[in-house]
Design a protein around this ligand. Structure first.
Ligand SMILES: Nc1ncnc2c1ncn2[C@@H]1O[C@H](COP(=O)(O)OP(=O)(O)O)[C@@H](O)[C@H]1O
Ligand SMILES: [Mg+2]
Length: 344
């Protein structure tokens, strides 16, 4: 099997996750349909001795995009180079990756939606015809040269497929959306990873961690690591259900997987704004955090778990949110207006 070539930092992303990252598709849990389709295109490409068509993965963070991008080249026995959208500021930053790509190798671009437009456009011919234009010389001596590349596979990953330009999206032959994992799948991931970490764990504790992992393997791994540390520090290292519950309580992660910021957010809408509707800017000011943090990091899970809804007039807490915080909506004084809060 060919060795992975890493052309420049950041190298394989998420170094600290490397030890728990599945090495092959057989190691991966869930995403069965995605894996089946990928196996077919990989198999067919191999039979034709061609390189795999370009692949785009999209989906929320922590669901396995980078994992797929490392597993695919390994299954194909080809080298891979890693880079990411924010690092590539201009076409010239991309050129070395393209010209160094060996035949049938993989170039992985993480956060591909963050490539500047000029770079996206530069990729069109590289992806379609394996050809780029490079400028040699300067000023009046500058000449554009056509450069042929070796056929390679581009794997792109994005949390925001909608931000990719249509022409770039269309140049990916394989497009896969990664969805959230079931509790059973997460429990299986925790089981395998506890074994990798050589940590004994009770079956009930597996489920406890899985239930609080928000459908996301990365969250499951992080919770597992914390619970393992807790068990090692407080006891003999075996994760019992009681230890798991105590550890997660100390972390502030509740039985639905909400953390303290999530609960603060709900508490703000309910207590300060009478359950809403409340504008995101107003909520952000009250909580003293930026609105971007709320929309990017906090709201997606609360929307998904139906704790809040977005209305044209702002965010509204649902009955589920009232119940979760043990607040009785009926106890609100009639006509209770959203309170205003003063800031310094
Ligand atoms: N299908 C899967 N099976 C087992 N573990 C997974 C799976 N998908 C992701 N993981 C774990 O979750 C972590 C985060 O996944 P990653 O591929 O980095 O997510 P993304 O790139 O989508 O943000 C990985 O390190 C890996 O350990
Ligand atoms: Mg990633």
């Amino acid at each position: 099997m060919a060795r992975e070539t890493i052309l420049q930092p950041p190298g394989p992303p998420d170094d600290e996750e490397k030890d728990l990252r599945p090495q092959t598709m057989a190691d991966m849990v869930g995403q069965r349909e995605v894996i089946e389709r990928l196996r077919i295109v990989i198999d067919a490409a191999r039979k034709r001795s061609e390189c795999l068509g370009h692949v785009l993965f999209d989906g929320p963070p922590g669901l396995g995009k980078t994992t797929f991008a490392t597993v695919i080249p390994r299954e194909m026995g080809v080298p891979v180079a890693f880079t990411s959208g924010p690092v590539i500021k201009a076409p010239r930053d991309l050129v070395p990756y393209l010209t160094n790509a060996s035949e049938h190798s993989v170039l992985f671009i993480d956060e591909i939606h963050r490539l500047p437009t000029g770079v996206e456009e530069y990729l069109y011919t590289a992806m379609e015809d394996f050809r780029i234009d490079i400028v040699l010389g300067e000023g009046v001596n500058a000449r554009t040269h056509n450069l042929w590349l070796k056929p390679f596979t581009l794997i792109g990953a994005t949390t925001r497929a909608g931000m990719l330009s249509g022409p770039l999206r269309d140049r990916f032959q394989v497009r896969e959306h990664l969805g959230f994992y079931t509790v059973d799948e997460l429990a299986e991931i925790v089981r395998r990873n506890a074994k990798k970490l050589r940590t004994p764990i009770e079956a009930k504790a597996l489920m406890e961690i899985a239930c609080r992992s928000r459908g996301t393997p990365r969250v499951a791994n992080n919770l597992l690591r914390w619970v393992r540390d807790y068990a090692q520090s407080k006891s003999d290292g075996k994760i019992t259900i009681q230890l798991a519950r105590d550890a997660l309580r100390m972390l502030g992660v509740d039985d639905l997987g909400l953390n303290s910021v999530d609960r603060d957010y709900l508490d703000t809408i309910i207590r300060v704004f009478g359950g809403g509707p409340a504008g995101i800017e107003a909520i952000a000011h009250t909580m003293n955090v930026s609105a971007d943090t709320l929309t990017d990091d906090v709201e997606p899970f609360l929307l998904r778990s139906e704790m809040i809804v977005r209305s044209p007039r702002g965010r509204v807490a649902t009955m589920k949110a009232f119940n979760h915080l043990h607040i009785n909506p009926a106890k609100r004084p009639p006509g209770d207006e959203p309170q205003t809060r003063l800031f310094d």
